[in-house]
Design a protein around this ligand. Structure first.
Ligand SMILES: [Ca+2]
Ligand SMILES: [Ca+2]
Length: 592
């Protein structure tokens, strides 16, 4: 009987969220706001009343069950004997008190009435919560936000982020990882998630308005996704050391020359700090060919010298068609360009699609970008409370010092973290091999538009384990020569250009390796899509590069995204994992 009751309440909870994904958990997270609470209460009444009104038959009332915060429900089900402090809301006339008294019997204790919400605050066991959830006098049961569910063993009250499960990084929380350089707005080194792991902190910004630490807040968030380490808030590679290279002022702007100076600094100091991965969650504002853009040349130099370069695709995409990817450094064919996915409702990638603003399409030189995707929508990470980002968007603050943000900026550091883990296991891999392992291991995204997310979504479990990955840059590598003056490896653009003009199939050499057969995607299809002679020929890339500004790939309701019908509004728990799936993952019955 109890299992039937709990199943009903589970179904009700799932239905509850059907109006908008994550509605229940998000509302709970925003419970502290009086205004939000009024909205929620109105929603509660509306959603509960509609089925009652539609179904006049009294027998249908059995289908009406209380809303229970998903994480609370799963914890209660998993720990029937544990105590939970909750708030129970009843129907008008404080029917919650009667329902709670019925469940507790003679054990009625410590019940505090909350008349403004027709509810009570009470301590209940998991089993009592499950029973109460099926009581028709009860509208909602939520965790009492003043007290953390520390007694619960399986989960905490805070919504668990979905992306670590989607990408499989959770299994590698203690695995060795290479050092990651974060070229961004700086990293707040006082944050506990980076304790003892920031190997160097450099300011290379030449703009006047640049605070010490991280005045913008963007770089701290990026670093947190890449390699933060704090209970329940781990990034992709929590053992990795970080090098912060501040190129961005407090408004999130950088000069391209400062970003190039950062690449120079990495090249000069990579051995000293063991830097093997560099994350660039930014892009130039001037469309250009990679044959001429100085920022592309800078990141290529890193690549040719053993540093894996991971770049955000950009947030200037359209929801219904390709935008192209014309800006450096995401337009560089050697480096790893990352699109942002919306991970949908499930940890499975089957319902994952490109975030509607995630840029994709051909570069001006005809290369398909991004190469692969990672979760980048509704991410939660650390942001300094003194930063401009924190001050500008209080609606995105989910708890003090943490914000929910979206952007390809936050997809790229997941891939940087996985790259660092690959190098932690295979220190001898070249950047080409790391890119090969990342691309070979992606999981398919059947719901995503063609090319919108490259070959698929990054997956640590697959990519870290390959011992001999194929080389996705094989066709390009044929044009790497030695600089006659310095002997350093450089890309021979003129030779590549003439070869590509003579043979539209020049790129297919990269995808002929039998090793690609292990991929979940078709290397033959990607071979034909990965470079487009038509896109190259139509490009107007002949304009020369200028000393342009670069912008962070942060998606807020601003810039190009503001032109769209829908803004990227705050959704505090939009990236939370479904609690039932979380239980299945923790139980080992679901391996995403
Ligand atoms: Ca800065
Ligand atoms: Ca999914």
């Amino acid at each position: 009987m109890r299992s039937g009751d709990s199943r009903r309440s589970v179904r009700a909870s799932v239905l509850w969220g059907s109006g908008k994904r994550g509605e229940g958990s998000r509302s709970n997270a925003l419970w502290g706001s009086g205004k939000r609470r009024m909205v929620l209460c109105a929603t509660l009444v509306l959603v509960v009343l509609v089925p009652l009104g539609a179904a006049a038959s009294p027998s249908k009332q059995d289908d009406i069950a209380a809303y229970v915060t998903p994480t609370l429900l799963s914890s209660a089900q998993a720990n029937p004997g544990s105590s939970f402090k909750v708030i129970v809301q009843g129907k008008a006339g404080n029917q919650a008190a009667k329902a709670v008294a019925d469940v507790l019997g003679t054990q009625l204790k410590a019940v505090r009435s909350l008349n403004s919400i027709d509810g009570v605050a009470v301590e209940l066991t998991g089993a009592q919560i499950v029973a109460l959830a099926a009581d028709k006098h009860v509208i909602a049961i939520t965790a009492d936000a003043r007290v953390r569910l520390s007694a619960a063993t399986a989960t905490s009250v805070a919504p668990q982020e979905k992306w670590p499960y989607v990408t499989g990084v959770g299994k590698y929380a203690t695995a060795p990882a290479a050092t990651i350089a974060i070229v961004d707005s700086g990293i707040d080194a006082t944050r506990p998630e980076f304790a003892g792991r920031i190997a160097a902190n450099v300011n290379l910004s030449t703009l006047p308005n640049n605070s010490p630490g991280d005045g913008r807040g963007h770089g701290t968030f990026v670093a947190g996704i890449a390699a933060g380490h704090l209970d329940g808030k781990d990034g992709a590679a929590p053992t990795a050391k970080l090098v912060s290279i501040d190129v961005m002022d407090d408004q999130g702007m950088a000069m391209t020359s400062d970003v190039i100076a950062a690449a120079d600094w990495i090249l000069a100091n990579k051995a000293k700090y063991g830097i093997r991965v560099a994350n660039f969650s930014l892009h130039s504002s001037v469309a250009n060919s990679f044959m001429y853009d100085p920022l592309d040349k800078a990141v290529e130099r890193l690549w040719f010298n053993g540093v894996v370069v991971v770049v955000a695709a950009g947030n200037y995409g359209y929801p219904d068609r390709p935008s192209g990817v014309p800006f450096a450094p995401g337009n560089d064919p050697f480096v790893i360009t990352v699109g942002a996915s919306d991970t949908g409702k499930s940890v499975s990638t089957n319902d994952d699609v490109a975030a509607p603003w995630s840029a994709y399409g051909y570069t001006l030189d005809g290369f398909a970008k991004p190469d692969l995707a990672a979760p980048g929508r509704y991410m939660v990470g650390p942001v300094p409370v003194t930063s401009t980002l924190y001050a500008e968007r209080p609606d995105h603050v989910v708890e003090p010092g943490y914000m929910e943000l979206s952007g390809t900026s936050f997809a790229a550091p997941i891939v940087s973290g996985v790259a660092a883990l690959i190098l932690g296991k295979h220190p001898d891999f070249t950047p080409d091999q790391v890119k090969g392992a990342l691309m070979l291991g992606t999981k398919p995204m059947p719901s995503a538009s063609d090319m919108s997310e490259g070959v698929g979504e990054v997956n640590a479990g697959r990519s870290i384990e390959y011992t001999s990955p194929p080389n996705p840059n094989l066709a390009l590598d044929k044009f790497i020569t030695s600089d006659p003056a310095t002997g350093a490896p450089v890309f021979d653009a003129a030779s590549w250009s003439s070869t590509a003009q003579a043979s539209a199939s020049w790129a297919s050499a990269s995808w002929n390796s039998a090793s690609w057969a292990a991929a979940s995607w078709s290397s033959a299809s990607w071979a034909s899509a990965s470079w487009s002679a038509a896109s190259w020929a139509s490009a107007s890339w002949a304009s020369s590069a200028s000393a342009a500004a670069s912008w962070a790939d942060l998606s807020l309701a601003s810039a190009s995204w503001a032109d769209n019908a829908e803004g990227e509004s705050a959704d505090a728990a939009g990236g939370a994992i479904d609690p039932l799936e979380l239980q299945a993952v923790l139980n080992g019955t679901l391996d995403p």
